[in-house]
Every structure is written in C-alpha cells, then in structure tokens.
Design a protein. Structure first.
Length: 213
C-alpha cells in the first residue's frame, strides 16, 4: 500500500518537477553563454560556481520548486477534502505522511540535482570556458540543494496546520526561510539536518494530533 501511495504522490506532482526542470535548463544554458533566442554563444567572464551567479539562480528556482511541492501535497488535499479518506485507512498516519514526504523530497532532490550536474559537466569539459575548475567548487551548490529541503518541509507543515492564514499559519515558512539562508550561506551542514529533523517531527505531531474528520 505504501508503494501505491508513493506512486500516487509522484503521479500528481511530477508536472511541477517537469516545469521546474525546464526553467532550470533555460537558466543553466544561459549561464553557459548560449542565447536560446538567437542560438549564439557568448563566452561568460566568470568562474563557474565561484562567482555566485549559479548559486543565486539555483537557490531561487529550487525554493520555488520545493514550496510548490510542499503546498501541492498538503493544501491541495484540504481543498479536495481528501484528508479524511487518506488518514482513516488501516495505515498509521505516520506512514501516510512518511509516504508523502518521501515522494516529495525524493522528487525535489532528483530534479534539483540535474542542473548542478549539467553545469558541472559543462564546466569540467575542456575548451568550454577560460577558467579553472575543480569538482570541489560545486560543494556550495550541493549545500544549497540540501538546505532548500527546509522550504519543502516548512511549506508542507504550513499546509497541514489548523491555523488562520492571516495569523500564525505562515510563521514556520517565514522563520525557516531565514534559517535556510543563514545555514546555506555559512555552510552549516549539521544545522540543516537538525532543522529538517525538527520540521519532520512537527509534521508528524500535527498530523497525529489534528482532527481531520
């Protein structure tokens, strides 16, 4: 049953990942120096991954992707009124939420990894740019990739919290957004894992204590 639930979540959210993947592709190709409108190559004068252009682009698109997935998996169920059906099956609520989170996080991580690999593959290819490149230069991008999971979990938590929109409901997303930026900039890997663990615990607590009837 859990496999079926994960497959259901993937079917319902794959279109979000495909849209984000298209945006990633266009933005990454532009950073490489290829103008998609005129199909003309113009050499960029910055060092891949070191100048910050890729990080800012990647972080913005990834945050939008993560929040879109989190809201789609939580708020959409409330709009359709399907929470009672999902949570009153002969399966624990933790397993239901775990299946949703596994599908959403997995989809985000796979989708967001593709532009990093594409850009790094281009940067590592001889003759593509007149700049030095080492694979260790991609560490900053991977840390942003991991830190953005906090946006997904916060959006999911906002979607299942029984609070007013004009009030405290959006506070987790605002607070987590500030923490994610701090953790990503300072590259505090342990802090990212602690934040994600706290958010997952909060999601399970709300899911198990809220009355969805």
């Amino acid at each position: 049953m859990l496999r079926a639930m994960i497959a259901k979540e993937l079917r319902e959210t794959i279109w979000i990942a495909l849209v984000a993947l298209g945006v990633y592709l266009v933005a990454t190709v532009e950073l490489m120096g290829y103008n998609l409108e005129s199909m003309v190559y113009m050499e960029r004068h910055w060092i891949p991954f070191a100048s910050g252009e890729f990080g800012s682009m990647f972080g913005t698109i990834s945050a939008c992707l993560a929040m879109a997935l989190g809201f789609r998996q939580s708020i959409w169920e409330s709009f359709r009124g399907t929470w009672p059906v999902l949570l009153h099956r002969p399966v624990r609520r933790r397993w239901v939420m775990g299946a949703k989170l596994s599908a959403g996080l997995g989809l985000y991580l796979v989708t967001a990894a593709m532009p990093i690999l594409l850009y790094a593959g281009w940067a590592a290819t001889p003759g593509t740019h007149a700049s030095p490149f080492e694979w260790s230069m991609t560490l900053g991008a991977w840390q942003i990739w991991l830190a953005i999971t906090g946006f997904y979990l916060a959006a999911f938590l906002v979607g299942i919290r029984p609070a007013r929109w004009i009030g405290s409901r959006l506070l987790p997303l605002v607070g987590v957004g500030v923490l994610v930026v701090i953790l990503a900039v300072n590259r505090w890997l342990i802090g990212i894992f602690i934040l994600d663990a706290c958010l997952v615990s909060a999601i399970f607590f709300v899911a198990c204590s809220r009355d969805y009837s």
